[in-house]
Design a protein around this ligand. Structure first.
Ligand code: HEM
Length: 151
């Protein structure tokens, strides 16, 4: 897993641009100051990793899918600017598992298959989680793969 650095960058960039949890909620348990706003106890707060991850002050050219922005030699976003799994006490408990499975599954599929999208526009849809409006692809077996044998 630690050797799959390119796949990790791809997954990081996907989580940045298309955070599955695009809206996260909190409720103020006491009066709280948030930047220039004072929120009374009981206020509902909705924040969006999807929007935060597209802020040009945090991510240059934010609408460009660029896995190499995660190269260690490139400037990294400040603490708190990359939060696909939330933050604080209620942060996702499955984050390590999700990173692990997503990287392994992506690398496994991509090592055997080339997935060519069919023509058409794919939009991100924000429901409970973010998902593609439609994602039809034609799988092509990569030449070096021996069907039915694990490599
Ligand atoms: C790409 C995959 C996933 C994403 C993007 C994701 C994202 C999130 C986010 C944003 C939250 C809310 C965090 C907050 O309020 O600050 C959350 C909560 C949670 N997630 Fe995930 N999650 C993922 C996968 C998983 C998996 C695989 C599990 C379980 C194995 C899991 C279990 C949970 C649980 C139990 C909570 C509630 C934690 C709490 O309220 O204390 N998640 N997740």
């Amino acid at each position: 897993l630690p050797l799959l650095v390119h796949t990790r960058r791809l997954v990081s960039e996907s989580l940045r641009m298309y955070s599955p949890a695009w809206l996260v909620t909190r409720q103020a348990v006491s009066d709280v100051r948030l930047g220039e706003f004072t929120l009374p106890a009981g206020s509902d707060v909705i924040w969006s990793a999807y929007a935060l991850h597209r802020d040009p002050e945090l991510y240059p050219d934010p609408l460009r899918f660029d896995p190499d922005r995660w190269l260690p030699e490139r400037p990294q976003p400040p603490k708190g600017a990359f939060v696909p799994f939330g933050s604080g006490k209620r942060m996702c408990i499955g984050d390590t598992f999700a990173w692990t499975e997503t990287i392994i599954i992506t690398a496994l599929i991509a090592s055997r298959w080339r997935l060519r999208p069919t023509p058409g526009t794919v939009r991100p849809v924000g429901a409970i989680s973010t998902h593609p409006s439609s994602l039809q692809m034609v799988p092509e077996l990569r030449h070096h793969t021996v069907v039915g044998k694990a490599r």
